[in-house]
Structure formats: structure tokens, C-alpha cells
Design a protein. Structure first.
Length: 206
């Protein structure tokens, strides 16, 4: 599988605001807790997102392993903190998007994907606007670098950030990220720049 195709930058990873510089291509785990090989814990129709995303058929959700934020209260800790998941290549991921579409998903929902941004971009570029005809959702903690988000412009239709803190001390205490409020506000501004208005179809789906 092409797990390392086009991802040389992971030899000095600076994808998330932690900017840890880990050599993830050679097995070193970054601040996200995972090496460079793409790991996904689940890909399925998810009925428990906002109604305008899950609808009647479900959101085609891909839960990526690892997380650069690492909140102490994470409900998906086995995925985000313990790295539970299976290895996928770029084509595997692209095929997964198409399989979810075939199953009737209203959209493709990328959950905590920034640590695999190079692979995700390659997979989306293979199918977006061609065989993939449903919207792409970028579902994150909001702790994102503007530079990384800019690489997704034109590939993401819906941004779904979970804005967690306005208070730096609480962000430090519960997510070890005192810079969260300022980082997330800049990330939100970039998301709005890319997708300034919500759009709905005739069935009320975003």
C-alpha cells in the first residue's frame, strides 16, 4: 500500500500548532501520538452528527487515529490518545470515500485528520469532483494551523470545528494548549474565508 506516497514532509512534521518536528516517517510519534503511516479506527455511516449532516442515511464518517490536542476528557480516547486503528494507504482512503458514498452517505466526514493531511489531500484529489459527488466535511477540534487549512481550500465543503475554550488557563489545564483560544480563532477565520456561507439542499441537508 502507498502509505508513504507524497508525504516526505512527515520527516519533520509541522502540520499542527504543536509543530513538534517529529520524524514520523521513521516511526517517531509526534505530538499527535501516531507515526506517519495513516491509521483510521472506523469508517462507517454515522447517525449522531448534527441532523443537517447525518440526515436519514448517515454521515460517511472516517475517524482518524491520533490527535494533536489530546484533551483529558476525550470521549474517543482509545482512538485519539491510544492510537487504535488500522493502516491505510492513499488509495485505500480514496476507495473508502467512494464505498461510503455507495452506501448512501450524505457526505464524507473527516474526523481529526490534520495529522494525516498530506495523505488526505492526495486521496481527496483522486476522487473529488469526479467519482465523489457528495460534500466533504472537515470535523476538528478547531486547533489548526491556518497554513494547513489553506491546503484544503477547494477540497472541503463544510467545516465543523468544535470550539472548546475562550480561556487560556482552562485550555492549558485540560488540553495542555494555552495558545488554543488564539490559534482556534485564527483557524475559524480561515474556515469562514474559504466557506463563508452555509448552503442547503431541498431536503435541508448542508
Amino acid at each position: 500500500m502507498d502509505t508513504q506516497s507524497g508525504v516526505a514532509e512527515l520527516a519533520h512534521c509541522m502540520l499542527c500548532p504543536r509543530e513538534c518536528g517529529a520524524n514520523r516517517l521513521h516511526g517517531q510519534r509526534g505530538a499527535c501520538g501516531v507515526p506517519g503511516q495513516l491509521l483510521a479506527a472506523r469508517a462507517s455511516l454515522h447517525m449522531w452528527e448534527e441532523p443537517c449532516l447525518s440526515g436519514s442515511r448517515g454521515s460517511g464518517t472516517v475517524f482518524f487515529s491520533g490527535c494533536g490536542l489530546g484533551c483529558v476528557y476525550c470521549q474517543n480516547y482509545s482512538i485519539s490518545l491510544e492510537g487504535q486503528g488500522v493502516t491505510m494507504g492513499v488509495q485505500d482512503l480514496a476507495d473508502t470515500f467512494l464505498k461510503l458514498q455507495e452506501q448512501g452517505a450524505h457526505n464524507i466526514n473527516l474526523v481529526t485528520a490534520v495529522q494525516y493531511l498530506p495523505q488526505v489531500i492526495l486521496a481527496l484529489e483522486r476522487v473529488k469532483g469526479q467519482s465523489l459527488r457528495i460534500p466533504v466535511v472537515y470535523n476538528s477540534s478547531g486547533y489548526e494551523k491556518v497554513e494547513s487549512l489553506r491546503r484544503l481550500e477547494g477540497l472541503v465543503d463544510i467545516y465543523l470545528p468544535d470550539f472548546k475554550y475562550m480561556d487560556a488557563e482552562r485550555a492549558r489545564r485540560y488540553s495542555h494548549a494555552p495558545d488554543y483560544p488564539e490559534v482556534a480563532k485564527q483557524a475559524l477565520a480561515e474556515m469562514v474565508r474559504q466557506v463563508p456561507e452555509a448552503r442547503w439542499d431541498a431536503q435541508g441537508m448542508m
